[in-house]
Design a protein around this ligand. Structure first.
Ligand code: NI
Length: 146
């Protein structure tokens, strides 16, 4: 099911999303499928966080280089000192693209869709997307980062 995208300044985008206690529940499985369908419908979006479809839970999806990363309760475990600036967009800000400074590299710990622990070491665009989506789960938006 294609879900409507919540746009700024809806206050759900500013809430800290709730931790998911049952990653393998039917509810979460359905939300993951709906979020993937919604991203495909939206064209070239790199990532989507659950609050952007009105669900204030710790779940985000990143699609990059043909791979779909599903992250439940993600946390940044390590980040590089080095930062870099790159232009970003966000589905909750249609048509807005601004330069954002982010850590070059991050290591993220999360659960996958099976509820198994995963760790992703990322740089470049994946690192940037992870930071952008995890910010969403903490009520932070890319306009805060200027
Ligand atoms: Ni976004």
């Amino acid at each position: 099911m294609i879900l409507p995208i919540i746009t700024y300044p809806n206050e759900i985008l500013r809430q800290k999303a709730k931790k998911i206690k049952e990653p393998k529940s039917r509810e979460i499985k359905d939300l993951i499928l709906d979020m993937i369908a919604t991203m495909e419908e939206s064209g070239n979006a790199l990532g989507l966080a659950a609050p952007q479809v009105g669900q204030s839970v710790q779940l985000c999806i990143i699609k990059l280089d043909g791979k779909t990363h599903i992250l439940i309760n993600p946390k940044i475990a390590r980040k590089s000192w080095g930062k870099e600036i790159c232009e970003e967009g966000c589905l909750s800000f249609p048509g807005k693209f601004i330069p954002v400074k982010r850590h070059k590299k991050v290591t993220v710990k999360a659960l996958d869709k099976k509820g198994e622990k995963i760790e992703i070491k990322a740089e470049g665009l994946l690192s940037r997307a992870l930071q952008h989506e995890i910010d969403h789960l903490n009520g932070m938006l890319f306009i805060d980062k200027k």
